[in-house]
Design a protein around this ligand. Structure first.
Ligand code: GDP
Length: 335
């Protein structure tokens, strides 16, 4: 099949320091792409359209992976809804618009499986988007992510831009966030079980009832899929990306415990929210295109634990103290 871009194309990875962006960078480098463009937060505030426009004018990317954004787990989503909706709405809009203005050949936007209705049938098909109410614990974030997909579809429809969207399931892997206030469940539990082991504790506390079901994909598999789809998919419909299998949170913690510290007992804190009861993506469309994941969950947990052990200082720091806080302070007018 014809490839959509070459080893010399100018490729911008927006969000290159994050879990997904860093995996895409690793993959592009491994495949021999040589013109990789990145911008640090200090260099470019992706929420500012004028700045983003001048950056695109100066750097002229041909291919864009739009994976920048403010992200986090269930607690961060519940406690910082304003940051999640404001940052993401702006980042997605400015980048898509600049990509249109400066003639980007192809852009890939990443949604999230939390954008589907809370109570939709499982596994979740792409066409269930916008068919029912969202999960309240992450609704502001989900609204911003849905807006990102609609941006890509609208620019495609009105201007003929080759902008595509994919909807990955829950992700994990190297460069994940292990800060317990803002992380997702898998890195949080790796850290909690590891710290229980170091302290010789008998118990590890797991939030919620342990019954919600989630599907997990290693971020290196996602990066592989993103490259594959960038070359071989050019449609308006956002495509689900996952493994096609899920498990309960309790089963997940049990697997982590077996790898990290088998002696520890799992204690459930049912006061904490469960979030969506189930999120399993239907991946038939992706399979028909010829892509399948490679890294099993046990392999992935073991590799991520290894990464965590080797990068503990970096991994346990709260993520980039957010530019938003600064921005909000600067612009807040006292009443
Ligand atoms: P979600 O998939 O958007 O709900 O995000 P999370 O990864 O944050 O949470 C998934 C599920 O794991 C929810 O039911 C949480 O209550 C549960 N969970 C259990 N322990 C933890 C924990 O220590 N941290 C997080 N983030 N979630 C946990």
């Amino acid at each position: 099949m014809r490839r959509a871009f070459s080893r010399n194309s100018r490729i911008f990875v927006a969000g290159h320091r994050g879990l997904v962006g860093s995996a895409i960078m690793r993959r592009l480098k491994a495949e021999g792409y040589v013109n990789l463009l990145t911008a640090d937060r200090e260099q470019l505030d992706l929420r500012n359209q004028a700045d983003v426009n001048s950056w695109f004018r100066d750097h002229r990317p041909e291919i864009v992976f739009l994976v920048a954004g403010t992200v986090g787990g269930i607690l961060a989503n519940s406690t910082r809804p304003a940051e999640f909706i404001y940052d993401n709405l702006l980042i997605h809009a400015t980048t898509v618009h600049a990509a249109y203005l400066y003639g980007v050949q192809k852009l890939m936007y990443l949604g999230s499986s939390c954008i589907y209705p809370r109570a939709c049938s499982q596994p979740i098909k792409e066409e269930y988007l916008l068919t029912g109410p969202l999960e309240p614990t992450n609704e502001p974030y989900a609204v911003a992510k849905i807006a990102g997909i609609k941006l890509c579809q609208s620019y495609r429809e009105q201007y003929g831009c080759r902008f595509v969207s994919v909807i990955p399931t829950n992700l994990y892997g190297p460069n994940d966030n292990f800060d317990l206030d803002s992380s997702h469940v898998l890195p949080a539990l790796i850290r909690k079980v590891h710290e229980a082991k170091l302290a010789g504790q008998k118990e590890v506390v797991v939030w919620g009832t342990g019954t919600p079901r989630r599907e997990f994909l290693h971020v290196d598999d996602l990066a592989d899929c993103c490259l594959f789809l960038m070359h071989h998919y050019d449609g308006s419909l956002p495509l689900n990306v996952g493994t096609g299998t899920d498990l309960t949170i309790y089963e997940l913690v049990d697997r982590i415990r077996k790898i990290v510290y088998p002696e520890v007992e799992i204690v459930l804190d049912a006061e904490k929210p469960d979030g969506m009861p189930r999120k399993l993506l239907d991946i038939h469309r992706l399979e028909e295109l010829g892509w399948r994941f490679k890294i099993s969950l046990d392999e992935g947990i073991a590799a991520t634990y290894q990464w965590f052990m080797e990068h503990q200082e970096k991994a346990t720091k709260p993520p980039d103290s957010n530019a938003t806080t600064l921005h909000a302070t600067q612009h807040r007018v006292s009443r």
